[in-house]
Design a protein around this ligand. Structure first.
Ligand code: GLN
Length: 534
């Protein structure tokens, strides 16, 4: 039977509960255990797929095509867990399923209520992951902050679950903020005390308190938190701000979190250490030999979380080249307003990520043009491939005002358009081309050289496709279609060979990059940027 670790958060949001859960997962894996991680999101959307990135941050995509919370990205980057659509549970999903059961008459005349019907459904969904994925430890992260009305059913469900599972089978970790008040020169434990009190009021007793803090807590502060929060002093864990998130598993180990969990859950470790992680990831991030500046031209630049996996994959690509990444984040609307030179002159690589809707499109197209004409390595991802193709059609093939039908329905040159099957679709939720699809690479191309194999699988999230009726015209002018989805003969990768490195893909390679295994496209892109620099 799997053991469970529940992770809750207190005081404020954005404490890094996802990274905490992932780091605990990494720590347990380093000790020879298998793990999986679940994110419970209290909002009523069935999934984040219909939310604006400015509301929610990046939408992460799993192999099985779930549009999921970005914390699932951390889970996959830190651990070997293979997360599926079941690893993200939302209030919307739970109610949807309960209401469908009610309509079918499954509740046999009963009044359907939050307790027990909603809480039972939550417990069922959590236990299903444990049963299906058969791991030693399931980490369950509850989104939101203790005290929020909307997360109450999830907290009640984990309270019940712990009682059912019994001792040795479940532990609670509470992540809180311990602020440093500059003017007083003091660290304050009161918010943590209140947050733990709020948890206790609903019957949840934390076993471990992870304290996010600017300055490490002293022994005295730990003892104070222990006293007021009813835990042992060694169960109060420092989570001091670090330079890179990949340091956190190591800092948890130093705090003895692995030993604490072993004792609480009676875990049997099979030796193991984090030394590979320290050598292959941390050391390379901290003391690289080179530096390279890469521009990301997007439309959700103001929000750090909107391109989470892209930024992480760039970091991985850089560490794979023993290089420090300097990111230049450029809002494509600024390019439209102030011209391109100001923003892209001097950068060594340009990445245009995914996106939806008209806003900022011309700025992205201009970025593709600038990179193509100035021999700057260009990496287009999803919308970034579509903009590269539109640019090429307009400026190399002479198709005036060529566009995607997403931005101009009546364009004379619909270089990117909808497949017939997409035209019929009305609903917005979960109706795009989603999840892993096979792609065949053409030998002798850059893509083949990068992946070193013919058959690859990458994750998708888009509605529009390269329009096959323009294939010939674009190929004639030198565009190479190096990756194809064979079943439907769709273009997945394009490249230019009259350029040092110009590759764009319809899929999202960033979702499969890990610090220990940088995605080959990101690694190759950074390598190209470094050689341009020389
Ligand atoms: N808006 C484009 C489409 O739906 C690109 C999507 C994306 O970049 N994820 O096809």
């Amino acid at each position: 039977m799997s053991k469970y670790i529940f992770v809750t958060g207190g005081v404020v949001s954005s404490l890094g509960k996802g990274i905490t859960a992932s780091s605990v997962g990494k720590l347990l894996e380093a000790k020879g255990l298998t793990v999986t991680l679940i994110k419970c999101d209290p909002y009523i959307n069935v999934d984040p797929g219909t939310m604006n990135p400015y509301q929610h941050g990046e939408v992460y995509v799993t192999d099985d095509g779930a549009e999921a919370d970005l914390d699932l990205g951390h889970y996959e980057r830190f651990t070997n867990a293979k997360v599926t659509k079941d690893n993200n549970i939302t209030t919307g999903k739970i109610y949807y399923s309960v209401i469908c059961k009610e309509r079918k008459g499954d509740y046999l005349g009963k009044t359907v209520q939050i307790i027990p019907h909603i809480t039972n459904e939550i417990k069922h969904c959590i236990k299903k992951v444990a049963l299906d994925q058969k791991v030693d430890v399931v980490l369950v992260e509850i989104g939101g902050t203790v005290g929020d009305i909307e997360s109450l059913p999830f907290l009640e469900a984990i309270r019940q679950l712990r009682l059912e599972l019994g001792r040795d089978y479940a532990a609670n970790i509470h992540v809180t903020l311990v602020p440093y008040i500059k003017s007083a020169g003091e660290i304050k434990t009161k918010p943590t005390q209140h947050s733990v009190a709020a948890l206790r009021q609903i019957g949840i007793i934390p076993d471990i308190i992870v304290c996010r803090t600017e300055k490490a807590l002293t022994k005295e502060t730990k003892e104070k938190i222990a006293l007021f929060c009813n835990v042992e002093a060694e169960s109060v864990i420092n989570a001091v701000d670090v330079k890179t998130i990949y340091e956190i598993p190591v800092s948890f180990k130093k705090e003895g979190l692995d030993l604490l969990l072993a004792r609480l859950l009676n875990l049997k470790y099979q030796g193991g250490s984090l030394s590979d992680w320290e050598q292959n990831v941390l050391k390379r991030i901290k003391s690289p030999s080179h530096t390279v500046e890469i521009a990301v031209v997007g439309k959700y630049i103001a929000l750090q979380d909107a391109y989470k996996s892209i930024y992480e994959a760039l970091v991985h690509g850089a560490l794979g080249n023993d290089t420090r990444l300097v990111l230049k984040k450029i809002d494509s609307e600024d390019i439209e307003k102030h011209g391109i030179e100001k923003y892209l002159k001097g950068v060594k690589g340009v990445l245009v990520p995914g996106g939806f809707g008209n806003r900022g499109i011309e700025g992205k197209i201009a970025a593709a043009k600038f990179a193509r004409e100035n021999n700057i390595p260009y990496f287009g991802i999803c919308l970034g491939m579509q903009t590269a193709v539109i640019e090429f059609a307009r400026n190399v093939c002479g198709f005036k005002n060529a566009n995607s039908t997403e931005f101009d329905k009546d364009t004379k040159y619909p270089i990117v358009s909808l497949l017939e099957e997409q035209k019929k679709i009305q609903d917005k939720g979960a109706t795009m081309r989603l999840g892993a699809y096979e792609c065949r690479l053409k030998k002798g191309t850059r893509a083949y050289e990068v992946y070193r194999k013919e058959k690859i699988s990458e994750r998708h999230r888009h509605r529009y496709e390269f329009n096959n009726s323009f294939r010939e015209a674009l190929q004639k002018k030198g565009m190479i279609l190096s990756g194809i989805y064979p079943k439907k003969d769709l273009v997945e990768i394009i490249e230019l060979n009259s350029h040092p490195w110009f590759v764009a893909c319809q899929f999202h390679p960033e979702f499969q990059s890990k610090p220990e295994k940088p995605h080959p496209l990101f690694k190759s892109f950074i390598k190209a940027a470094l050689s341009v620099q020389k």
